[in-house]
Structures are given as structure tokens and as C-alpha cells.
Design a binder for this molecule. Structure first.
Ligand code: F6P
Length: 529
């Protein structure tokens, strides 16, 4: 990347900084009054999603400059490079081709020209066969009884996306199948799940791209032991499925060859929900619904690739984020879905955005010259109104937010969903405009607000829509990574903690305690039973 195409050094960036100065004392309300065509300028409908940026603290000129920034940083070319399967994950020398995972079988796509669709389709077929045989009552446990429960064992990208999707699509769940998740290392979830499931009728899916992750391997070993005690090796062979790139480790673990699903190094963990990692989702909602989910994500991929930047939903969402983070200094971004089905969306987006773009060096290793990913957090809207919205409205730090709102109730309670909708829109209004009736007379009630928010509205939360939302955010993250010139597909920052934990585990009480952790270690050792 040349000097001039690095985001903070572009002409557009400098112009944006100047323009942000001009807008510093202009409120969102004033912008809305001045620009009567903000709905046309800032609201975009595509692929069944309606993105409303009209309550962002930017005007037409700012948006135009942001679009120029995207052009000047070479975004269209980067999009093509991703779709061409170039090794854009430079620090790991890998492609980032998650778009292949939801692509129709007959549309070739490859890593550096080498088609991968036959690989993708083969794993898809295996997933489909497993899902169909489970739902057809043909998948049996070691005593010949049909499967009643599925437990996904995985963490990070092998957990957050699938938990979020299974919760989001609860309305589409296959009747009579219990679905559980075990991720944390502390054994609490594992103990809870093993208390409730039947060893003769439970299928365990071990999901780990690397098959080396401490949490997942410990939980999986715990289950294997539990199952061995009850049904021996037959039970393990019949009731374990694994998803990984690591064939040797699956061998060593004892997963039957016909019970393995493949992944590839060009699928990042947090971008993997459409791969075989999504098996538990397919088992939970059935193949037809899972296929609709993939198709939705693919539609958004095509939109991202082909729509002009000024009508491109992921690009527009990303640019609003760049404006808030880099020109309005908002270091916090809240994700606020007004549908409880999306209660794990904030956790999923925390990994997607913060693990992807929480970086301080550029692709080439030089220090970044601007702020990168904000802190992401959130909760379903109505609950959150009664907990942390106070800070959004009157706290000292600038915060931006995304509201997500389905128009239709998925649980046949439209009147209540309408209440959710009016709450959502009222909060967006309050955050933008503050209270025109209360002046500075009572400072506690002073409500200047002026908080920028986006609204993503859709008809209903069905599998296709969820697929679109996931792809929307994946491509938003990629767009921001391009502008910040960070590699959105590696995560070196998490390695040190893993290494230190393994060292501590291995050293036991033998080694001298490093001063930085000595008091904590000594106290813990004295208290543990
Ligand atoms: O610790 C971070 C991480 O490497 C994530 O990027 C990944 O999603 C997670 O661990 C789990 O990794 P795996 O699927 O290899 O078990």
C-alpha cells in the first residue's frame, strides 16, 4: 500500500478532519432540519434490509468524503482481492474466503484460481446427510436409541456464531431436539449439560478449527471419559462428531473417520458459522432452513461485491463507524437488538469486530496512525433501557450504537413487538435530539444527547435475514480493516495469554513465582481445595 492510500494519509481523511471541525457544534437535530432530504441521502434499502443513517452526526458532504476515503484506500480492489481468494491474511499467508461457504454449488470460486467449491459442497453434503438422518430418526446412539440431544463443544468462533444463530432462529427449531453449548474451561457448563442429557441419546459435536484449543479439548475429554464409562469405545464412535482442519488430532481423539467434517485454513474462526462449524445450527433448524440461511448470506455477499459504494450496506455501515470512531472520537459502540431472539448478537459481534480490528499495527507491521476498533457491547433493547441507557443518554463518553429491529413478531405477539418498535424508535429519537422542552434550568435533567445511531430494520427474523445480517457485519468489519490498513483475519494478541496459561499449568508449584503474578498465584494456591 502506498503512502497516499493509507486511510489516515489520504486527502479524503484530511478533508474529513477539517469537516468534522466545521460540524463540531452542529447537532443531529439541526442537521435533520437543514437537510430535508436526509431520508434519500442516508436511508438505503437492499436485500430486504433497510439501513437508516439519518440520525448519524454527519451531513451530505461528510458522507461524500467518507465514500472518497473508501475509494482512495482502494476498497473496491480489496473486495475483489478477497473474492479472488488472494492471501489477504498476510501474517498467516492465507486467503479469507468465507464467502465461498454460502455460495451456490455451480458458481466457481477459488483460492488464487484453484476452485474450492467442490470441497465446500462435499462438506455441505455431509452436513445435510447428518441433519437429514437425525431428523429422520436414523441417527442412533450406541444402544440403538434415536438421538434426542446435541451438544456443541467449542469456543470463540467455534461457539459464538452458532449459539447466536440457534438462539436467533429459535422459532425454526426442530421439535423434540435439545441443543446445548459447552465452551468455558471452568467445567460449569459441562457439568450442567451432563446432568441433563442422556448418555445413550446425545450427540456431541466437537468444533475446533485447530483442534488444539485448551478449553475445547478439556471439555471434549471430559465428555469422552463420561461416555466411555457408560458405553465404552462404541459410545464414543457412535456419538462423537468433529469439525476441524486437524485430521491427525481428530484421529488421536478417536473420532470415527465417517464422523469428521472438514474446514480449511482460508476460513477464519470468527467467519466460520456458514462452514461445517454451523453443523449444530443445521441440526437445530433442519436443512431447508439452514440452506435459506446460507442463501441469505450469499445474497449479501453479492450485494457487497456488486453494489456501488454509495448504495452498499456493509460499506455505508462501516463508514458511519469510521466517522464516529475517528472523527467524533467514539470509543464505544453499543449493539441494541429489539428482539430477544438476538440476545447473543452483541457477544458474537464482540469477537467479530474486536478480534478482527482490535489492532495497533498495520498490515506491514508499522504502528497505526489512527484509532481502530471501538469497544463493542450490548444487550436486547428493552432490558438495556433499564440498565445502561442512562450512560448512553447522559454519560461523559461519546457512544455510538446500532439498533436492530424486526417489524414482525416471530412469536405471534405482534402488539408486544410493536411496543418494542416504538421503544426502539423513541430511544433513537431521544439519543439524537435530546429533550426540547427541558432547558438548562435543572442540570440533572439537561438532555443534550446528540448521540449518533444507525437503525437496521427488516421485516422478520427468518433464516435468510439472519444470514444477511451476519454477512453485513462481516463485510463491515472488512471494510473498516481496509481503511485502517489492519489485517482483519489474524489474532496474534490472544496467543500470549494461552502460552502463559499453559506454562503455569505445566510448571505446577515447582517454579519460582514471577513477581507480577506472585501474590495472586500464592493466594490462589493456598485457597484451592
Ligand atoms: O483464542 C482465539 C481463537 O483463536 C479464536 O480466534 C477462535 O475462534 C477460537 O480461539 C477457537 O479456536 P478453535 O476453533 O481452533 O478451537
Amino acid at each position: 500500500m502506498s503512502r497516499e492510500s493509507y486511510g489516515p494519509r489520504t486527502e479524503a481523511w484530511a478533508a474529513l478532519a477539517r469537516h468534522a471541525g466545521n460540524l463540531a457544534h452542529v447537532s443531529i437535530s439541526e442537521l435533520c432540519e437543514k437537510e430535508s432530504d436526509r431520508d434519500r441521502l442516508f436511508c438505503t434499502e437492499a436485500e430486504g434490509l433497510w439501513l437508516d443513517l439519518s440520525r448519524q452526526r454527519l451531513d451530505a458532504r461528510a458522507l461524500q468524503l467518507l465514500l472518497e476515503l473508501a475509494e482512495q484506500t482502494g476498497l473496491p480492489d480489496w473486495i475483489e482481492r478477497m473474492f479472488r481468494g488472494e492471501r489477504i491474511n498476510n501474517t498467516e499467508d492465507r486467503a479469507a474466503l468465507h464467502v465461498a461457504l454460502r455460495r451456490p454449488a455451480d458458481l466457481p470460486l477459488g483460492v488464487e484460481g484453484k476452485d474450492v467449491m467442490h470441497l465446500v459442497v462435499a462438506e455441505r453434503e455431509k452436513m445435510r446427510a447428518l441433519a437429514d438422518s437425525l431428523h429422520g430418526g436414523l441417527l442412533k446412539g450406541y444402544t440403538g436409541r434415536g438421538i434426542t440431544d446435541v451438544v456443541n463443544i467449542g469456543i470463540g468462533g467455534s461457539d459464538l456464531g452458532v449459539v447466536m444463530a440457534v438462539e436467533a432462529l429459535d422459532r425454526y427449531r426442530m421439535p423434540g431436539l435439545g441443543v446445548h453449548f459447552v465452551s468455558n474451561v471452568d467445567g460449569v457448563q459441562l457439568a450442567r449439560v451432563l446432568r441433563t442429557v442422556d448418555p445413550e441419546t446425545t450427540l456431541f459435536v466437537v468444533c475446533s478449527k485447530t483442534f488444539t484449543t485448551l478449553e475445547t479439548l478439556n471439555n471434549a475429554r471430559g465428555v469422552r471419559e463420561w461416555l466411555m464409562q457408560r458405553g465404552g469405545a462404541d459410545a464414543v464412535a457412535a456419538q462423537f462428531v468433529a469439525v476441524s482442519t486437524n485430521h491427525r488430532a481428530m484421529d488421536e481423539f478417536g473420532v470415527a473417520p465417517e464422523r469428521r467434517l472438514d474446514l480449511w485454513d482460508w476460513v477464519g474462526g470468527r467467519y466460520s458459522v456458514c462452514s461445517a462449524v454451523g453443523l449444530v445450527v443445521a441440526l437445530a433448524i433442519g436443512w431447508q432452513n439452514f440452506a435459506a440461511f446460507l442463501a441469505g448470506a450469499h445474497e449479501m455477499d453479492e450485494h457487497f461485491r456488486s453494489a456501488p459504494l454509495d448504495r452498499n450496506l456493509p460499506v455505508l455501515l462501516a463508514l458511519a463507524g469510521i466517522w464516529n470512531r475517528n472523527f467524533l472520537s467514539a470509543g464505544n459502540h453499543a449493539v441494541l437488538p429489539y428482539d430477544d431472539h438476538l440476545h447473543r448478537l452483541p457477544a458474537y459481534l464482540q469477537q467479530l469486530e474486536m478480534e478482527s480490528n482490535g489492532k495497533s499495527v498495520r498490515r506491514g507491521g508499522e504502528p497505526v496512525e489512527c484509532a481502530t476498533a471501538p469497544v463493542i457491547w450490548g444487550e436486547p433493547g428493552s432490558n438495556a433501557q433499564h440498565s445502561f441507557y442512562q450512560l448512553l443518554h447522559q454519560g461523559t463518553d461519546p457512544v455510538s450504537a446500532d439498533f436492530l429491529l424486526p417489524a414482525t413478531s416471530m412469536v405471534d405477539r405482534q402488539e408486544q413487538q410493536d411496543l418494542a418498535a416504538v421503544n426502539c424508535i423513541a430511544q433513537a429519537w431521544a439519543l439524537a435530539s435530546g429533550d426540547p422542552e427541558v432547558s438548562n434550568a435543572d442540570p440533572h435533567r439537561d438532555y443534550t444527547a446528540n448521540r449518533p445511531t444507525s437503525l437496521i430494520l427488516f421485516r422478520q427474523l427468518d433464516p435468510a435475514t439472519l444470514g444477511k445480517l451476519i454477512a453485513l457485519y462481516e463485510h463491515k468489519v472488512f471494510t473498516q480493516g481496509v481503511i485502517w490498513d489492519v489485517n482483519s483475519f489474524d489474532q496474534w494478541g490472544v496467543e500470549l495469554g494461552k502460552r502463559l496459561a499453559s506454562g503455569l499449568q505445566a510448571s505446577g508449584t515447582r517454579d519460582a513465582l514471577p513477581p507480577v503474578i506472585a501474590p495472586a498465584l500464592a493466594k490462589w494456591r493456598s485457597w484451592r481445595r
